[in-house]
Design a binder for this molecule. Structure first.
Ligand SMILES: [Zn+2]
Length: 82
């Protein structure tokens, strides 16, 4: 089956806005579905070792370019953004 449409549509993890993206190019954010936070980050914003279970149930959610730019400007996300 030819891959004629390189773009997908999804909702931004940060702002929930619907946007189109190229799955190969988009910035994603690894989120533990049980907590809504990245594995290894607690609700208090402190870092803890990510358990294999947390990583296993985590999914990569797309983040729109606007939020990526905002996060980079804020400069406080540290190594969370990739
Ligand atoms: Zn966004």
């Amino acid at each position: 089956m030819p891959d004629e449409q390189p773009t997908e549509t999804g909702n931004c993890y940060a702002c929930k806005r619907e946007f189109s993206y190229d799955p190969k190019e988009v910035t994603t954010f690894l989120v533990d579905l049980a907590t809504g936070l990245p594995p290894g980050l607690t609700a208090f914003g402190t870092i803890r070792p990510a358990t294999p279970e947390a990583v296993q149930r985590s999914v990569d959610l797309p983040v729109c370019p606007d939020c990526v730019a905002a996060a980079k400007r804020a400069g406080e996300a540290g190594g969370l953004w990739r």
